[in-house]
Design a protein around this ligand. Sequence first.
Ligand code: SAM
Length: 240
Amino acid sequence: LCVEHPLGEGQTVPLERDQAHYLFGVMRLTEGAAVALFNGRDGEWQAEVTSAGKRGGVLTCRSQSKPQGAPPDLWLLFAPIKKARTDFIVEKAAEMGAARICPVQTDFTNAERIRRDRLQAHAVEAAEQCGGTYVAEVDDLARLDRLLSDWPEDRQLMFCDEAFAEASYGTPDGAPRKLSDAPKGPWAVLIGPEGGFSPAERKRLHNHPNAWPVQLGPRILRADTAAVAALALWQATLGD
Ligand code: SAM
């Protein structure tokens, strides 16, 4: 369970109403039951239910079961699509360890706004389900061109280009630079919207010094599939 409260030996953690409902109403836990807690700072703690009520309750930390893990310095930038698919992307990115999830507006993105609080709640649930000790941060919607204008010098960008096969990339002979030659360290993965990137965006990304264009196989994947495939590719080639 993800909580805000500090965790440490003997520390008591008051539960919010929805947490108490989940533990005691849905999971049917009673006093004395064990619950694993994390808060993104103090690692994972095994806690005991020391008070259980309908509207609240208290857990008491007994022993640390995992030290605090550091997230890989990985961001996912993606153009939000239909609600359920956007939820899916956030959930899967959080499960796969992204530290920051940035919904971006591109030239062909339809979404004008997102429910950041709902997406953040999905990231919390994903962290709880996969036994993580940190929760991915979900940003508000931002324009891709603004992010690219202010791009951190030391962060590489895996640009998932659906038109990779038709492009002539980077090096003097037109061969794309290989991801296997890319540096480790801070990275971001960029997935476009259902309509793909506009010609102006593709040109800008081609010329961006930190962008590494990649092809995720010969078929055009749906954006949610592409996000999972790209994160797995990052993990396999550049992750720890
Ligand atoms: N409308 C575009 C088209 O028909 O060419 C397809 C866009 S695709 C549904 C959404 C995003 O997923 C793309 O912008 C890209 O970032 C990523 N993507 C999908 N398939 C890909 C592939 N084979 N290689 C690299 N990226 C891909």
